[in-house]
Design a protein around this ligand. Structure first.
Ligand code: UFG
Length: 345
């Protein structure tokens, strides 16, 4: 059985669905502060918070957990700049609670929801896993702190993990059962779709003076179902290499800084390898929704690098992973289907 922390949230719920499709049993732990009960369609559910060590303990007592997938975290880059302590507490300290409890319960397989924000302002594009870690926001820093702890654990104990550094998660379940539904939405695609349905007047473009082709920021949008398939492949990778720890993963050995971990464990970027500017994303949304999207250029947002594009070759080679939603239209189509359903249209 797999424990999914944050399994009522956007990314966690898509992975929960995919795990069930693939025959896994799951238990979700979520405090429902940002997750939704309506996303809890598969497996067991325990309402609770990772600051509560007793609840983690009782899950490990009551269920036969083989591995943990950890999504529960605050995710707003901008908010983390305003309230850093909140991020260090929830994203780092509470993860330590989880890891300590796992150790006590002899559970030694862990999949971690990490982020491209660990790289900060990239020195080279596309960004591979060997790019220096230089987070520029507390959100990114909190994720690096967890990754460093994981590397230490893997080197000193019988503990295996994969840390998956997502670029811009987007899109929705093509069967439209679940999708993106953040309480205070800050993400580009759902905000543009809000304009399309008339819920918002216009989309603010955060700066058009970046050193990019049209002056707006470029991001690598990766479909949430492609993230889901990568998580399952990462889990299988850990399970297989844990059984045969001397297997294929020499890949890490030559790395120096951020991948200095045992050969059972690994770090992977997850992106499509294509960058789209804010303006291009708006154009794609206009094309799919057939609506004119009103826009206004405003001041740049703090902590936004000009360009983030992933080199995900390592995940493709080692995990045999390949994104299925490899163009923006396909991604926006599923987001639009979900967005209409969410808003009863
Ligand atoms: N943007 C706008 N207007 C908006 C919202 C966003 O112009 O109203 C721009 C942002 O400046 C950025 C791009 O659209 O250039 C994407 O912004 P999002 O807020 O959708 O996503 P971010 O790139 O800021 O962050 C996301 C996740 C992070 C993760 C990061 C990794 O939210 O957790 O991708 O690439 F770290």
């Amino acid at each position: 059985m797999i424990l999914i922390t944050g399994g009522a949230g956007y990314i966690g719920s898509h992975i929960n669905k995919q795990l069930h499709k693939d025959g896994y049993d799951t238990v979700v732990l979520d405090n429902l502060s940002f997750g939704h009960e309506s996303a809890l369609k598969w497996g067991e559910f325990i309402e609770g918070d990772l600051k509560d060590i007793d609840i983690i303990k009782s899950i490990f007592n009551d269920f036969d957990i083989d591995a943990v997938m950890h999504f529960a975290a605050f995710t707003s880059v901008a908010e983390s700049v305003k309230y850093p302590q909140k991020y260090y507490k929830n994203n780092y300290k509470n993860t330590l609670n989880l890891l300590n409890s796992m150790k006590k319960a002899n559970i030694n397989k862990f999949i971690f929801s990490s982020t491209a924000a660990v790289y900060g302002n990239p020195k080279m594009i596309p960004i591979s896993e060997n790019h220096p870690l230089n987070p520029i926001t507390p959100y990114g820093k909190s994720k690096v702190m967890v990754e460093q702890t994981l590397a230490k654990l893997a080197n000193s104990h019988d503990f295996s993990y994969c840390s998956l550094r997502y670029f811009n998660a987007s899109g929705a379940d093509p069967e439209c059962e679940i999708g993106e539904d953040h309480k205070d939405e800050t993400h580009l695609i759902p905000l543009i779709l809000d304009v399309a349905i008339g819920k918002r007047d216009k989309i603010a473009i955060f700066g058009d003076n970046y050193e990019t082709k049209d002056g707006t920021c470029i991001r690598d949008y990766i479909h949430v179902c492609d993230l889901a398939s990568a998580h399952i492949k990462a889990l299988e990778h850990i399970q297989n290499t844990s059984e045969n720890s001397q297997s294929e993963i020499g890949v890490n050995k030559k790395n120096n800084d951020n991948n200095n971990i045992s050969n059972k464990s690994n770090v992977f970027n997850l992106g499509n390898g294509n960058g789209f500017s804010v303006k291009e994303v708006i154009d794609a949304c206009e094309e799919i929704t057939k609506c004119d999207i009103k826009k206004e250029v405003v001041e740049p947002r703090d902590g936004d690098p000009a360009i983030l594009i992933a080199d995900s070759q390592k995940a493709m080679d080692v995990l045999n992973w390949k994104p299925q939603y490899d163009d923006l239209e396909k991604i926006v189509k599923t987001a639009w289907m979900w967005h209409k359903k969410l808003n009863n249209l």
